[in-house]
Every structure is written in structure tokens, then in C-alpha cells.
Design a protein around this ligand. Structure first.
Ligand code: ADP
Length: 455
């Protein structure tokens, strides 16, 4: 069901129920008021009759009947009965109407002194009247014709008011719900036109004043992030295919040369050597591409406590195994008395990737192949710096080197794909940490990793 219809129905139900309750309460209060007023009139009628009949001896009963019938205050279907001490009928007004009574009612009147009850549609009042030591019972009954017709009128007015009120509420509900949700319908039609080709489309934020404006602003922000990541992926794919094409093209021409031309065994050997180099480059590239994808898949859900110095030493061992010419020194800036200061919550293999990349870069981009790793900590973070005395990074590239596939001009003669640092940054951020670089051309670089420790 559409929200517009839902809101209209709920609004109509609420207002309709309130109107119905209100009408019912008015009708009920008015009914009680009419009944009470009529009982009061019957009571005074009963008292007047009793006073005339019992107190004023001169009035005989037939005369009283005529007076009763013809007074201006005579009620519709009026009937008055008077009973003496022994419940014997002592007086009855004109006999055109009947009061149904029994000894039960008379005894109840004697006991309670005043009783209000009803007989079919007629109201009945029973009254104990005491005079000269004698107890008389007076029963007065009549039909409240005007009261009942007023009630019928009121009922009609309330019914039609209720029906008209509900109709107006339904129409207003549809109108207001449509008005409030109009911009949402506009969003829906705008959003349905957005495809991968027009990710730049933005919704009208209506100056962000109301919730709909805020929703549009939030959606636009999401679209911006999507656009960014889409662009990043596009550039990743184009860079990756470019990087793959170069060694593949080299492989192809080397294979063609060895097939087409008559070559000596030594020349064949030379070509096979080149092929091996290109294959190694392809393996290194596919490893780098995997590095990019891994941190995306991994999440810190599987986080464990990891000692950062252990990870650094593992990275050092691994690197020295594959590149024995590297010189890697690891030092502590100060002795970690509490191991929690150098322990972080995270994914050990991912953290090892960070330090392997940084130390490997430091050795790779310095003529002396030396790297100095210093482990330190402060109140909140474990700090690891990786420094070298190598070629350095141009100042204008200090931010760009963290972008995938970006390589500084001064590094192009040294092998690499420009992937490692972007991976490091992503992993460090995944651990809620930060990575900074400080560098001077020809003098060396210093990378600093800050990771929140567990203490
Ligand atoms: P790669 O080293 O494979 O090119 P990285 O992402 O690790 O990829 O590094 C990106 C770029 O940052 C490098 O190409 C290089 O220009 C620069 N760089 C990184 N580390 C250093 C370093 N220690 N010294 C000088 N330049 C560096």
C-alpha cells in the first residue's frame, strides 16, 4: 500500500474516531440531562397532586382529575396514582393511560422514599409523601414527547455531522498526504533516471530545510561517494589493464621472435631469460592487485590482539629472506614496560603487509638499501616510523603517492606498480589509524604509522 494512502487512511481513522466519540458523548450527556430534567418535572407534578389531594380537603377527586388534565403543565400520557398506608389505590388521574406497578415497586418506594424508573417509553417517579402520620405513595408517569423528539433531532444532526466530517477528513487526508509526499514522488522519478552513466545527477535539496530536504542531501552525499568510488574503480581497472598489457606485449613479441627467426641456443636462452623476467613481473603485479582487493574483503570483525613489534620483526625476517642485500634495523624509542602500549586490536596479516611494504620501499628507494624502523608509543597510540636515506619524494607528490598506481617521476627507473602505499593507507584506516609521510628529495623519507593501542 502506498504511504500516501496509508497516511490518508490513518488520519481519517483518527479524526473519524474522535468525531464519533465526541458525538456519542454529546448524545449520552444530553440523554442523561433530558431524563433528569423530566424526572424532576414528574416529581414536582407528583408533589403538587399530593398536596392538592391530601392537604386541601375541599378538592374532590373528580375535580382534581379535571384540573390535572387541563393545567398548562400537563404532560403527555400523564398519569398519577396515589396509594394509602395499606398500598390501596386512593386516587388515580384520568384512566387513558396505565402505569404498570406491583407491590415490589410500592415497597421499594416505601423503603427508598424516592424512586426513578421507567415503564416502556414512559418515565415513572415514585414518591413517599408523609402527612399527619400517614405515609402516602404517589406514582407519576408520563412520556417526554418533546425531549424524545429533541433527542431524535440531535441524533440526526450528529449523524450527518459525523458523515460529512469523515468525508471532509478523508479528502483533507488525501490532499495533505499527497502534498507532504509530493517531493518523494519527484525523488523517485529523478532517482529512477540515474544510471552508471549519469552518476553526477543530484536531487533538489530544497535548501535542506525539512526532513525531505535532509533526505535529499544525504542521498546526494551518498551519490558523491558512489561516484568517487566508481571513478576510482574505473581508474583502477584501466591502470591494471595497462600494467598487465606491457609485460604481456613483451612476452608476445619475445615468443614471436623465437618462433619466426632462426636463433642460436644462446639467443634462445637470452629470450627465455627475458620471458622469465616478464612472468615474474606479471606474478608481482597480480600479487599487488590481490593486495588491493584483500583489505576490501577483510574486515576487523576477526580482530585479535596483535603485538606491533612482533609484526615488524616478522616483516623484517620475510624481507631479508627474499632480499638478503637489504639492511633493516629495528629499535625501540623507549622500553615498552606495559605490552598493551604496543598491542593493537587488528588483523595480523594485514598489519604485516603494511610494514613489509613500507620497509621494502625504504630499502628499494635508497642506494644503500637501508631502513631504520623505530617503535614508539604515546598515551593512546603505538607509533612506528620507517625511515631511509634514499631518493626522497617530491613535495607535490606527498599526498598523491597514496593513490592507487601513482608513482613519482624520480621513482620510475625503479621497479614497482604504485599499489603498495594505497594498500597501506587503507589497512591503517581500517584499524582506525593514520599514516603520514615526511620527505626531502635526495635526503630520504620517513613514514609514520599511528595505530590506537589497547591500553
Ligand atoms: P611502488 O613502490 O610499487 O611504486 P608504492 O605505492 O609503494 O608503489 O609507492 C608509491 C610511490 O611512492 C612510489 O612509486 C614512489 O614514487 C613513492 N615512494 C614510496 N616510498 C618511497 C620511499 N621510501 N622513498 C621514495 N619514494 C617512495
Amino acid at each position: 500500500m502506498k504511504i500516501q494512502t496509508k497516511i490518508a487512511i490513518q488520519f481519517s481513522l483518527i479524526v473519524g474516531s474522535l468525531l464519533a466519540i465526541f458525538s456519542f458523548v454529546i448524545y449520552q450527556l444530553f440523554a442523561e440531562f433530558r431524563e433528569q430534567e423530566y424526572y424532576d418535572r414528574l416529581k414536582s407534578k407528583a408533589i403538587t397532586t399530593a398536596q392538592l389531594l391530601i392537604k386541601v380537603d375541599e378538592i374532590d377527586r373528580d375535580l382534581l382529575k379535571i384540573i390535572d388534565k387541563n393545567t398548562l403543565t400537563a404532560l403527555v400520557d400523564e398519569k398519577v396514582l396515589v396509594f394509602d398506608q395499606q398500598n390501596k389505590l386512593f386516587y388515580s388521574s384520568l384512566d387513558d393511560h396505565v402505569i404498570h406497578y406491583g407491590n415490589d415497586l410500592l415497597n421499594r418506594v416505601r423503603k427508598e422514599k424516592y424512586v426513578e424508573t421507567s415503564d416502556d417509553e414512559n418515565e415513572v417517579v415514585g414518591l413517599l409523601y408523609e402527612l399527619n402520620g400517614q405515609n402516602y405513595i404517589i406514582l407519576a408517569s408520563a412520556y417526554d414527547k418533546f425531549g424524545h423528539s429533541k433527542m431524535a433531532n440531535l441524533r440526526d444532526i450528529l449523524y450527518s455531522g459525523l458523515v460529512i466530517g469523515i468525508l471532509i477528513t478523508v479528502l483533507l487526508g488525501i490532499f495533505f498526504a499527497g502534498n507532504a509526499l509530493g517531493p518523494v514522488n519527484q525523488f523517485i522519478s529523478q532517482i529512477s533516471t540515474i544510471t552508471a552513466n549519469n552518476l553526477r545527477e543530484r536531487l533538489d535539496e530544497r535548501h535542506g530545510k525539512d526532513e525531505i530536504g535532509q533526505l535529499a542531501a544525504a542521498f546526494n552525499k551518498m551519490m558523491y561517494r558512489l561516484e568517487q568510488s566508481f571513478e576510482l574503480q574505473k581508474s583502477f581497472v584501466s591502470h591494471a589493464s595497462h600494467e598487465l598489457r606491457t609485460p604481456l606485449a613483451a612476452l608476445k613479441s619475445e615468443v614471436e621472435i623465437s618462433l619466426d627467426e632462426k636463433l642460436s641456443v644462446a639467443q634462445h636462452r637470452g629470450i627465455l631469460e627475458n620471458i622469465r623476467k616478464d612472468i615474474n613481473r606479471l606474478i608481482a603485479l597480480s600479487n599487488s592487485l590481490l593486495q588491493i582487493v584483500r583489505p576490501l574483503k577483510s574486515s576487523i570483525n576477526s580482530a585479535a590482539e596483535v603485538r606491533i613489534d612482533d609484526v615488524v620483526f616478522q616483516a623484517q625476517d620475510d624481507l631479508l629472506l627474499s632480499k638478503p642485500e637489504y639492511r633493516i634495523s629495528v629499535e625501540y624509542a623507549k622500553e615498552p614496560e606495559n605490552e598493551k602500549h604496543i598491542t593493537v586490536l587488528g588483523d595480523e596479516p594485514l598489519l604485516k603487509t603494511v610494514f613489509t611494504n613500507l620497509i621494502s620501499n625504504a630499502c628499494k628507494y635508497s642506494a644503500n638499501h637501508q631502513a631504520l624502523v623505530i617503535i614508539n608509543f604515546n598515551e593512546t597510540h603505538t607509533l612506528v616510523s620507517v625511515q631511509d636515506e634514499g631518493i626522497g619524494i617530491p613535495a607535490e607528490d606527498l599526498t598523491a603517492i597514496f593513490e592507487p598506481f601513482y608513482r613519482s617521476k624520480n621513482a620510475l627507473t625503479i621497479s614497482g606498480f604504485g599499489v603498495g602505499l594505497s594498500v597501506c593507507k587503507r589497512i591503517v584506516e581500517l584499524h582506525k589509524g593514520k599514516i603520514h609521510v615526511d620527505s626531502q628529495l635526495q635526503h630520504g623519507s620517513k613514514f609514520l604509522v599511528e595505530l590506537p593501542h589497547i591500553s
